[in-house]
Design a protein around this ligand. Sequence first.
Ligand SMILES: NC(=O)c1ccc[n+]([C@@H]2O[C@H](COP(=O)([O-])OP(=O)(O)OC[C@H]3O[C@@H](n4cnc5c(N)ncnc54)[C@H](O)[C@@H]3O)[C@@H](O)[C@H]2O)c1
Ligand SMILES: [Zn+2]
Length: 346
Amino acid sequence: MSAVRTVRIDLDERSYDVHVGAGAVVRIPEVLPPRAKRAAIVTQAGIPFTDHVAALLGNRLVVRVEIGIGENSKTLVTVEHITRALASAGITRDDVVVAVGGGMVTDVAGFAAAVWHRGVPVVHVATSLLAMVDAAIGGKTGVNLPDGKNLVGAFWQPSGVICDTEALTTLSARERRSGNGEMAKYHFLTGDDLDALPLDERIARCVEIKAAFVAADEREDGGAQMSRALLNYGHTLAHALETATGHAVTHGEAVGIGLVYAAELAAALGRIDAARVDEHREVVGATYNLPTTMPGGVDDDQLVALMGRDKKARSGLTFVLDGPRGIEVVENVDSSAARSALAAVR
Ligand SMILES: NC(=O)c1ccc[n+]([C@@H]2O[C@H](COP(=O)([O-])OP(=O)(O)OC[C@H]3O[C@@H](n4cnc5c(N)ncnc54)[C@H](O)[C@@H]3O)[C@@H](O)[C@H]2O)c1
Ligand SMILES: [Zn+2]
């Protein structure tokens, strides 16, 4: 068994540890809040690793809530389902919610924990690559509305996070590749060649990168040099594409396409040259094995309208774009440029 690494997320009194590696799940007792008497698991069917976590929680475990699979279950209805189960089990602020799953589970369970009794502790046991490198870290929680993704949510930091690579053995190849979308994003934000690292190290490095952004700008108030908004590189088109296709593309696939689109848009605005656009195509397509063009049947007008409703957009169409000063937030992007860049990812 390889060594378990620990990455500290530095947030004053909300600081916590992320344990990464094969067998990291045995660290569960270390990440539970010391006063937590009882535990509620929130998970999904089809995640065998949950049994492992349940066994380690022993007689602390009083309820196991299963939620639906897929973005269409990432709703307030599911939050009601979870909180009613917490009510039946009598979960209080002296207890803990343990989310075991991918980013969908950690986002929804985290939000349920944030609002149940105005906030109970939560621990994330990430079981997808995407949750390990991104979703389970940093305290953003929430659910979707028909109007768009993640529109209802809260900042709610976990007490600790487990990224046990042994959980990944049952993850489908497509879902595993989906985690590469966030890695390709980090690759451009830092210049690190993450793909070259062994899996444990790669995940730990991604956690460190995310931790640095979260520590610099916990609540995305803007202004910070390492603004958390930069973590949305590639995400403006990605979120629109997920909504427009009814989630026929995974989050990671959408981010891959969104990164290439952001490069094409930056080039159309004269911010970067063609070679840098090619580098985006190469890194996304060849290094991280993700699609670089959109699936057929999505309408440009709908995509532009959805991008205009992005919750980051305070001033017109807003994107995170590469440029001479590096990657930064760009507001009031001309909609005809946004539209013409879509043709480049068809
Ligand atoms: N909060 C954040 O900062 C943040 C960051 C990035 C993404 N996200 C959110 O994360 C979500 C995507 O997360 P995801 O890609 O993990 O998708 P997901 O949680 O929907 O998981 C994908 C599929 O894999 C299954 N699965 C998960 N772990 C498994 C395992 N070990 N074995 C077998 N099956 C397993 C799930 O049941 C699901 O069917 C999106 O909702 C996105 O908005 C949040
Ligand atoms: Zn993402």
